[in-house]
Design a protein around this ligand. Structure first.
Ligand code: CP
Ligand code: NVA
Length: 308
């Protein structure tokens, strides 16, 4: 059994195998109704708990549908409604859930909740986003890039805005998949040094460039995310918007990248804030392919976790 906690904690060969399997499973389903079972039913008889301590549309629906396509069953749990949210320890929750279910996916705030769950669970635990990372999203993003443009190794990825949890997993992926990464945003919102250090240690070129127009020069992929994440206080909203406004991805900015540069956003997006509708709905945008690929990538992640 394997936990899927973060991209830098998973061997590069396993990450590649997951992406390849996701692609093969996607191909095998082409043209079929979303609710139709896969030909293979590797999760038959398996029960998967999906725990959410924060809101979710994509993660919730894609995990739920993915488990069902592979023959398993899910229970979707809100952290608030569980004893977890009322003082029961994470360790005890992990040990109890392990007696009922075959796998746990959790979206939470502090990443120690995730790691403690994994430490005490006897079943695989998957990171469905914490304040610090969002690995399932970036597996879907790497898959999406490669579907459109071939191998991501050696490419230039530019992150615009807040050096947040999604940015952190992109930096882990830069190290593991061998692409180069430029961060452009205000210094107050730089990614943590540890994330940049990992990518550099693995041989990627990581650049911090305050001028967004210089940053996107020669970019193969431009990525944006919300300026205020779920774990950020609402009181910081105005200050963050003021700092981040120069980093909006609009037609002018994307026009300074390679002509065939792709645009990605994990969604949900705030149209006309971090990105304009012209870019989101424009020819370089692959945002809905990313959303779809959450389903395929996570199905392959779950198979890897269970070894099925
Ligand atoms: N991108 C993503 O994780 O979306 P949700 O918050 O809707 O799950
Ligand atoms: N950075 C965002 C991602 C949402 C999927 C957040 O954490 O709210």
């Amino acid at each position: 059994m394997n936990h899927f906690l973060d991209i830098h904690k998973t061997a590069a060969g396993d990450l590649r195998q997951i992406i390849d399997q996701a692609g093969a499973m996607k191909q095998a389903r082409l043209g079929r109704p979303k609710g139709a079972p896969d030909n293979d039913q590797p999760l038959a008889g398996h029960m998967v708990a999906l725990i959410f301590e924060k809101p979710s549309t994509r993660t919730r629906v894609s995990f739920d549908v993915g488990v069902r396509q592979m023959g398993g069953e899910t229970m979707v749990l809100s952290g608030n409604d569980m004893q977890l949210g009322h003082g029961e320890t994470i360790a005890d929750t992990a040990r109890v859930l392990s007696r009922y279910v075959d796998m746990i996916m959790i979206r939470t705030f502090d990443e120690t909740v995730l790691t403690e769950m994994a430490d005490y669970a006897d079943v695989p635990v998957i990171n469905g986003l914490t304040d610090r990372t969002h690995p399932c999203q970036i597996m879907a993003d790497v898959m999406t890039f490669e579907e459109h443009r071939g191998p991501i190794a050696g490419k230039k990825v530019v992150w615009t805005g807040d050096g947040n949890n999604v940015c952190a997993s992109f930096l882990h992926a830069a190290g593991q998949f061998g692409f180069n990464f430029t961060f452009t945003g205000p210094s107050q919102l730089d990614p943590e040094e540890a994330f940049m250090g990992f990518a550099r240690k693995m041989g990627s070129t990581v650049t911090v460039e305050r001028d967004p127009f210089k940053a996107v020069e020669n970019a193969d992929l431009i990525v944006a995310d919300t300026w205020v994440s779920m774990h950020d206080s609402q009181s910081s909203k105005e200050r963050r918007h003021n700092m981040l406004r120069p980093y909006q991805v609009n037609e002018d900015l994307i026009g300074h990248a390679k002509p065939d540069a792709l645009f990605m956003h994990c969604l949900p997006a705030h149209r006309e804030e971090e990105v304009t509708s012209a870019v989101m709905d424009g020819p370089q945008s692959v945002i809905f392919d990313e959303a779809e690929n959450r389903l395929h990538a996570q199905k392959a992640i779950m198979r890897w976790c269970l070894g099925v």
